[in-house]
Design a protein. Structure first.
Lengths: 149, 180
């Protein structure tokens, strides 16, 4: 019984083996460096697969870029320098968090503009309806005829 | 008028979705526009595939526009574009430089023996580091570099007759207009 349970457990853990093989360990100097590498590569997008981070992707180019990021960390480069390096070669596309610049203003502020526009529409409607109600006693049936879009 | 407002709203959404569909059929979502366009090509010094003791550098290629074609023997799409390189691309009259990307030299040589060698020179980037500088992420890719070493055009993916007509020839025409 116990042996069978062990076998079952081993079987359940098999997928972890694939994970361990997918991303080969890099020789980090300490834990802080490893955390920094992991945070950085989770913020960067693999150019080949595009919906995976550098940390997650198993594409050959992601492997090369991880190696590059690792070497730049070892060489004492800052996170900004490493991102600059990648953006110079693969464009802003590699950043999961797009930079604030004129071409991305719509991306950053568009939702707030839409929200404001919606609030404005509601405000105007409410005011109009109130004025209609306060106005020269229109027939009750007229007040809500579904016309106040 | 205000009774029609929902209709207008609906038509606006139709237009928006229609635009989205049109946009996505015309643009390859996997294509990252290279930030290198109209910027100097990265400097490189790479060994030749046929003779690793000799190197080719960016400086060696200055003075005349050329195509740089990223290929590899493991690259499936490269086989599909190869007839275009052997024929129409060669006939454009520019040097064709092969950039053998992350490949085993023997496999690359065998591959060229099988499919033909359209290249005037081939450099080998075995570990893919020079490829990183060029922003290579998926072979095949093709760069057009002008006489001053500026990247003028990049094709990501295989070259097709359509790409030659609609993209490469206009890019060459723009080059010719600049330096008569």
């Amino acid at each position: 019984m116990i042996r069978r349970l062990c076998a079952l457990l081993a079987f359940a853990l098999l997928p972890l083996l694939a994970m361990a093989q997918a991303i080969q360990p890099l020789p980090f100097r300490d834990r802080a460096e490893e955390v920094r590498f992991q945070n950085l590569s989770a913020e960067l997008r693999c150019p080949m697969c595009q919906n995976e981070t550098l940390a997650d992707s198993n594409a050959p180019i992601a492997h090369d870029l991880r190696r590059q990021v690792f070497e730049m960390i070892q060489a004492g480069k800052s996170d900004a320098e490493i991102k600059r390096y990648l953006v110079d070669r693969y464009s802003d596309f590699v950043l999961y968090k797009p930079p604030m610049q004129p071409s991305t203003w719509f991306l950053w502020f568009g939702p707030f503009v839409l929200l404001l526009a919606g609030a404005l529409v509601v405000y105007v409607n409410v005011r109009r309806r109130r004025r209609l109600q306060a106005g020269a006693t229109p027939p009750a049936s007229n007040i809500d005829d579904g016309d106040d879009w | 008028m205000s009774r029609l407002a929902p209709l207008f709203g609906f038509l606006l959404l139709v237009a928006l979705f229609g635009f989205g569909i049109w946009w996505n059929t015309r643009h390859d979502q996997h294509e990252i526009v290279s930030p290198l366009i109209n910027k100097p090509a990265p400097a490189f010094v790479l060994p030749r595939l046929d003779d690793p003791t000799r190197t080719v550098s960016k400086a060696d290629l200055l003075g005349k526009p050329y195509f740089l074609n990223v290929f590899a023997s493991w690259c499936i799409e490269c086989v599909h574009e190869h007839p275009e390189l052997m024929g129409p691309m060669k006939q454009l009259g520019l040097p064709l430089v092969g950039f053998n990307y992350k490949d085993d030299p023997q496999a690359a040589t065998a591959w060229l023996g099988e499919h033909g060698n359209p290249f005037d020179a081939i450099v080998a980037d075995r570990d893919g580091r020079a490829g990183l500088d060029f922003g290579v992420y998926a072979a095949p890719e093709t760069f057009l570099v002008d006489a001053k070493g500026i990247v003028r055009y990049k094709r990501i993916g295989p070259i097709t007759p359509d790409v030659i007509e609609s993209e490469i020839k206009p890019a060459l025409a723009a080059l010719a207009k600049e330096s008569p």
